[in-house]
Ligand binder design. Structure first.
Ligand SMILES: Cc1cc2nc3c(=O)[nH]c(=O)nc-3n(C[C@H](O)[C@H](O)[C@H](O)COP(=O)(O)OP(=O)(O)OC[C@H]3O[C@@H](n4cnc5c(N)ncnc54)[C@H](O)[C@@H]3O)c2cc1C
Length: 385
């Protein structure tokens, strides 16, 4: 059982399809979508559906067919049921799968969210400094106090019935948490490994690129390093999202770094740019100098769903159990893509509603982010992140 729980993506796919499939299909997919490598990430956390199919049916092919038929049957039977309350609606809606972006870039999402919230409900350019819960008396009445600083100025306080925390783990550790006036230590939460990533966005004249750029892009297997390919992959951003380039130009988003080459991720701009351009020349026949280049480096781009990640997830449950009214959501829980992060937030919102509806409490929410307002404007941003 312990082996199955700690089974890696690499082991799992080697067992079912052989090592070549891992090296040339799974490895580039994992590197391109999470910066990790198949032997370091957990099958249970990275591909929960496949893990569950193997657990239930033993064979992926037989299980895939049987579970597909079961889903069809279930949706037929359940189609006439009316959802009884908002909690059910939030927790059972079909979620978007996989990666996606928006017309105008990813900032479209926070901008749209901020437009839907009134001024009272949204604090921009704010850093949460501490969270304190008072578990005495009625636990649902303003028992959470958030202390935050706005634009680095004086500290302010607000009170809420529940809190959904969506910061990465390292930020969560920086935020002091108190329970009934006593510091609540987060030391029992295991460390999470983060993968660094550089993204190089290049624009070329369409006539300078030989490839027709049909499709979403290219992913590069680790094995191709021996042939001189050092990027993780490139998205054909202007093929996927036509609003990303002016007429007559094409835009690429190239990923460099991850666990495959951590040092290269943080290399100086010129070095990272050269690596990206060298691969683009060979992979898509990009010629001459690019019209524009932009480089963004994320020191902790992706949390890695390592083999022991289940212990991290269990510790989050312990924290939520110890601190009623606090919920943790985001890409550390349930998947790395934007769609999965949103699904994680919806699930936490459902839990808050359920808690408040169950006890007649008020429905109050807080959102805190220190960077919504500093996101690039649509004209500056051409990436698909
Ligand atoms: C280079 C790159 C490319 C990607 N490309 C894609 C893609 O094409 N498609 C896709 O679906 N996914 C993509 N992803 C993954 C996806 O973007 C992320 O996993 C997802 O956005 C994570 O969302 P989140 O809200 O969980 O975390 P984050 O976006 O990390 O948000 C956490 C927020 O918490 C804030 N914060 C931290 N501490 C505090 C504090 N004390 N007070 C207030 N706020 C605080 C941070 O400023 C941050 O805004 C990409 C990721 C990277 C790094």
């Amino acid at each position: 059982m312990g082996f199955v729980m700690r089974c890696s993506v690499g082991d799992f796919f080697t067992r079912h399809f052989g090592r070549e499939v891992v090296d040339y299909l799974v490895d580039p997919f994992i590197a391109g979508t999470s910066g990790s490598d198949p032997d370091s990430v957990s099958i249970r956390q990275s591909f929960p559906d496949l893990f569950a199919i193997e657990e239930s049916y033993g064979s992926l092919l037989v299980g895939g067919v049987k579970s597909g038929l079961k889903k069809k049957r279930d949706s037929k039977n359940g189609s006439s049921k009316v959802l009884s309350d908002s909690t059910k609606a939030l927790s059972t809606q079909k979620r978007p799968r996989g990666s996606f972006s928006f017309v105008g870039g990813m900032q479209t999402l926070p901008h749209a969210l901020s437009e839907r919230l009134d001024e009272e409900s949204l604090e921009l350019k704010s850093s949460v400094l501490s969270l304190a819960s008072n578990q005495q008396g009625n636990p649902l009445r303003n028992n959470w106090t958030i202390t935050y600083s706005k634009e680095g100025s004086q500290q302010e306080e607000k009170h809420f019935d529940a809190v959904i925390l969506t910061t990465p783990l390292h930020n969560m550790r920086e935020i002091g948490v108190k329970k009934d006036g006593i510091p609540y230590s987060l030391d029992f939460i295991p460390e999470v490994v983060y993968q660094p990533m550089s993204v190089v966005i290049t624009a070329f004249k369409e006539s300078d690129v030989k490839n027709a750029l049909k499709g979403f892009g290219v992913l590069v297997p680790r094995k191709e390093q021996k042939n001189g390919f050092f990027t993780l992959g490139t998205l054909f951003s202007s093929s996927m999202f036509p609003d990303r380039a002016p007429p007559g130009q094409v835009v690429f988003t190239t990923f460099v770094g991850g666990s495959r080459s951590r040092a290269l991720a943080s290399a100086p701009f010129d070095e990272v740019k050269e690596v990206a351009l060298t691969d683009l020349r060979r992979l898509v026949g990009a010629q001459g100098p690019p019209v524009a280049v932009k480089h963004i480096y994320w020191e902790q781009a992706f949390p890695q769903y390592s083999l022991g990640y289940n212990e991290f997830l269990s510790s989050l449950e312990k924290m939520e159990g110890d601190l009623p009214g606090l919920f943790y959501a985001g890409n550390h829980r349930g998947g790395l893509s934007v769609g999965k992060s949103i699904a994680s937030g919806c699930k936490a919102a459902g839990q808050v509603l359920s808690m408040l509806e169950g006890t007649g409490g008020r429905k109050l929410f807080t959102m805190a982010s220190n960077n919504v307002d500093t996101l690039p404007k649509p004209a500056e941003c051409k990436s698909t992140t």
